[in-house]
Design a protein around this ligand. Structure first.
Ligand code: HEC
Length: 183
């Protein structure tokens, strides 16, 4: 009996050792897993914390380059002063505009200047535009850019090419002032 009890004691001891060893190993693995999870979690938090402040800096960066400085200078309105109208009137004769553009309202080789400023112009494309300062300036500087419906491209550009008006914005402004005075 005593022999049997010792043998059972040794087997149970061995079992206990295995159990304790297994538990210790399991605890160690669990501890490692918890530690790894904790580190990962903290890293994730740190990443999240560093990622969030970038959003306000990008929004402030996009709002800063908003003021455009070129827009007002190109579309400056042409004043209808007596001096500018007189200068435009002499150019209307000397640059040959009078050959094609009447002041009476009757159409010639080109549309009449009477009442053209501010009116609605139907272009050859079917598009309807307002004859504002920018349109009138463009019509003189680059006559073939937009063609009035019922007229041909190349007629005006060929007739005035020698005056090189595109390089003379002061003359164009004077001519626009004169056209605007023809109501
Ligand atoms: C040989 C004839 C001819 C001469 C010269 C001429 N033009 Fe024209 N012009 C035209 C014709 C044709 C058109 C219509 C076709 C177009 O839009 O280019 C026109 C259109 C215009 C328009 C647009 C009018 C509208 O109703 O939309 C303006 C402004 C204008 N001319 C200004 C001038 C000025 C300023 C001069 C003188 C520097 C001039 N033209 C000389 C034939 C001429």
């Amino acid at each position: 009996m005593s022999e049997a009890t010792t043998s059972t004691h040794t087997t149970s001891d061995g079992l206990w050792r295995w159990l304790i060893g297994g538990l210790a190993a399991g605890a160690a693995i669990l501890g490692l897993l918890i530690a790894a999870y904790a580190i990962g979690y903290h890293r994730g938090q740190h990443h999240a914390r560093t990622a969030t402040p970038t959003q306000p800096t990008t929004t402030t960066a996009t709002t800063t380059p908003t003021p455009p400085t070129t827009a007002p200078s190109t579309s400056a309105p042409v004043p209808v002063t007596a001096a500018l109208v007189a200068q435009g009137k002499s150019l209307y004769s000397s640059d040959g505009c009078s050959a094609c553009h009447s002041l009476s309202g009757s159409a010639g080789a080109g549309p009449s200047f009477k009442g053209v400023a501010g009116s609605s112009i139907t272009l050859s494309t079917g598009q309807i535009v307002t004859a504002d300062d920018a349109y009138l300036e463009q019509s003189i500087a680059n006559p073939d850019a937009q063609i009035v419906k019922g007229y041909r491209a190349g007629v005006m550009s060929a007739a005035i090419s020698s005056y090189d008006l595109a390089k003379n914005p002061a003359d164009i402004r004077a001519l626009v002032a004169f056209i605007k005075s023809q109501k």
